[in-house]
Design a protein around this ligand. Structure first.
Ligand code: GLN
Length: 270
């Protein structure tokens, strides 16, 4: 079996790009190697790994979980089924957060439900003045986040616990969160690899807003005057999110769209 033959066989079963990436991961070859020398024989262990991955991918398992990593904002993050796979739309939250942090001397920033750590780590690396605290209720997720912070040399103070519990009595200049916001029973939960992702990170099992309600309710006690709360939400949750913020005595409430034009992040200041 050659590289070219293995690739052609895999393309019958899975997406072309996924097939190529899995072959690169299994063999250590670059894209250029595959193009220049498709006649190279595949050694047995690499072929066995590739064939097993192709079967699992064909059964719907996300590529990021097969290879154990995913890219976000140009950095590679380790992922496991204990954490959500980074989504490009979450970059909107980073951009808005960086905007709010601009000009602050040593802002304290809290990331609630950090998962793989992409928000806290990206903010720590892109706003070096900021002091990051990141919380997650899942010890398995925190261990992935700590590994990522170590690999990327990002100074983040990770704490285990439920939402604000690990930061009792502390105040921040900015709170960010990408909470579980998919409603229980949403048909999307059974599509596009979502069944392989941690349900704890995707859905509240209720109307999709219960975590957002908890975060909005708890944030005022943990923000300095003038501090910002920014969180990601679903395409149809912008208005409900703004109402929660306004009812919760926040001001300057807004919703921002992602690159697909979908309501994606809402926020407000205290
Ligand atoms: N955006 C994700 C999805 O729809 C959900 C992420 C989340 O719940 N925080 O797949």
């Amino acid at each position: 079996m050659t590289l070219g033959e293995a690739l052609a066989a895999a393309r019958q079963k899975i997406d072309r790009l996924d097939a190529r990436l899995l072959l690169q991961y299994a063999t250590g070859c670059s894209h250029a190697d595959l193009l220049a020398r498709p006649e190279t024989p595949l050694i047995a262990p690499a072929y066995a790994q590739f064939a097993a991955w192709v079967e699992r991918r064909a059964a719907g398992e996300p590529l990021a979980y097969l290879v154990g990593e995913a890219e976000f904002r140009g950095r590679v993050f380790q992922v496991s089924p204990a954490v959500l796979i980074p989504r490009p739309e979450t970059e909107v939250l980073i951009e808005l957060a960086l905007d709010k942090l601009r000009g602050l001397a040593a802002p304290r920033v809290l990331d609630l439900g950090t998962g793989s750590g992409i928000l806290a780590i990206s903010l720590a690396l892109e706003c070096t003045a900021a002091k990051l605290v990141a919380v997650d209720v899942s010890p398995e997720a925190l261990s992935v986040a700590r590994t990522n912070a170590g690999h990327l040399a990002a100074p983040v103070d990770f704490r285990a616990g439920d939402w604000f519990a690990p930061v009792a009595g502390e105040r921040f200049d900015l709170i960010v969160a990408n909470p579980p916001y998919v409603a229980g029973g949403d048909p999307h939960l059974v599509l596009n690899g979502l069944p392989f992702e941690p349900q704890l990170a995707l859905t509240d099992g209720a109307d999709g807003l219960s975590c957002i309600r908890q975060i909005v309710a708890g944030a005022p006690a943990h923000l300095h005057a003038g501090g910002w709360l920014l969180f990601e939400h679903g395409y149809d949750q912008g208005e409900a999110s703004r109402n929660l913020l306004t009812d919760g005595a926040f001001k300057a409430t807004f919703t921002h769209r992602d690159l697909s034009g979908i309501d994606r992040v809402s926020g407000a200041s205290l």
